[in-house]
Design a protein around this ligand. Structure first.
Ligand code: NAD
Ligand code: UFG
Length: 339
């Protein structure tokens, strides 16, 4: 079975490619490298011991996509391609709507023209906005507080409408909580450009000495130690969720929406301690003001994923930190430079 993986050279995509290939799927990676390097796929090839078809192209470019669908009989698409920086989306909303929403429209149109109507979409826990309670279930009210979140919410709605218009579509919406960690080889991992926005890469870069200290955004939240609580999830568990979604996609006769999280929340300071234990390094930090738009607590009720996909996260916070540290310490400058 041929699977087109849009955004397959990125952080989650590259890890997912490994498990797809190990599961026997034929993978075609399609990426415009706006936030990834070709090196990630070279390293995935080393891990799996085979060449991967890699096509440089943009999901907004109809010709790029037609070429791929003409070359291969694609059976399903895993759609990771998208921009994901919340702050940038506030500054450049049209860039996000164009890339994420317009890109998905073109992708779905080309898919339909080639009679490929199965899609697994990367959504996000951000679609729950500020949840009224935790753990968060799939049927909680949805809202968005920034253009990035709104692009996810809108794409979810768009894919639901597409299914209503044509029941031949198979749509799985995966709402990720906070993916962290790396493949155990330590050769691939998260490689953000510039100063990381997310906690885990910032902690890892502080431990390795690239950053002086971590700013902890607020210690006066209503949580066990006052710092923000999130559902951190190992990227290989998340990757496994995609393979399971794909394995089952033909059994579904409605749009399926699934939380992918562990069901456990850890605070910023819990993560700092776990990372110090895993790395043997100090992670200096200072308490800073709250970050605009942040919420106190966000963690999943992940029971539906177990029920419908037979999926649950298996890797601990210690494994997340150990694997993240192996990647960061082996590649202090990420993919780009001399490691
Ligand atoms: P990433 O930036 O590492 O990967 C996205 C990939 O898509 C990159 O390789 C980028 O070059 C590519 N891309 C972007 N726009 C494209 C376009 N127009 N055409 C072709 N390729 C394009 O991000 P990631 O962390 O791997 O996230 C993957 C998906 O999961 C994204 O849609 C993201 O919004 C979603 N998501 C991520 C998180 C997270 O915390 N990492 C959480 C929830 C949801
Ligand atoms: N944090 C710090 N210091 C930092 C970075 C983060 O204290 O330098 C704190 C945040 O305040 C928050 C926690 O660490 O309490 C996690 O922050 P992240 O930025 O790592 O993650 P978020 O939960 O804010 O957001 C992430 C993605 C979003 C996605 C959301 C839900 O960035 O795109 O998870 O999936 F929508």
């Amino acid at each position: 079975m041929h699977i087109l993986v849009t955004g397959g050279a990125g952080y989650i995509g590259s890890h997912t490619c490994i498990l797809l290939i190990e599961a026997g799927y034929d993978v075609i990676v399609f990426d415009n490298f706006s936030n990834a390097s070709k090196e990630s796929i070279k390293r995935v090839e080393k891990i799996v011991g085979e060449e991967i078809t890699l096509i440089e192209g943009d999901i907004r470019n109809r010709d790029d996509l037609h070429n791929v669908f003409n070359m291969y009989k694609i059976d399903a698409v895993i759609h990771f391609a998208g921009l994901k920086a919340v702050g940038e989306s506030v500054e450049k909303p049209l860039k996000y709507y164009d890339n994420n929403i317009h890109g998905t429209i073109v992708l779905c149109e080309v898919m339909a023209e080639h009679h490929c109507k199965s899609i697994v979409f990367s959504s996000s826990a951000t679609v729950y906005g500020d949840p009224h309670t935790t753990p968060i279930k799939e049927n909680f009210p949805l809202s968005a507080t920034n253009p990035y979140g709104r692009s996810k919410l809108f794409i979810e709605e768009m894919l639901r409408d597409l299914y209503i218009s044509d029941n031949a579509w198979k749509v799985v919406l995966l709402r990720y909580f906070n993916p962290v960690g790396a493949h155990t080889s330590g050769t691939i991992g998260e490689d953000p450009y510039g100063i990381p926005n997310n906690l885990m890469p910032f902690i890892a870069q502080t431990a390795v000495g690239t950053r002086e200290y971590l700013s902890v955004f607020g210690d006066d939240y209503d949580t066990h130690d006052g710092t923000g609580v999130r559902d951190y999830l190992h990227v290989m568990d998340l990757a496994d969720g995609h393979v399971k979604a794909l394995d089952k996609i033909n059994n579904f006769n409605e749009v399926i929406t699934i939380n992918l999280g562990t069901g456990t929340g850890y605070s910023v300071l819990d993560m700092v301690k776990a990372f110090e234990k895993a790395s043997g390094k100090q992670v200096p930090y200072k308490i800073a003001p709250r970050r605009a738009g942040d919420i106190a607590k966000c963690f999943a009720d992940a029971t539906y994923a177990k029920e419908i996909l037979g999926w649950e996260a298996t890797r601990s916070i210690d494994e997340m930190c150990q694997d993240s540290w192996r990647w960061q310490s082996n590649n202090p400058n990420g993919y780009k430079k001399e490691d």
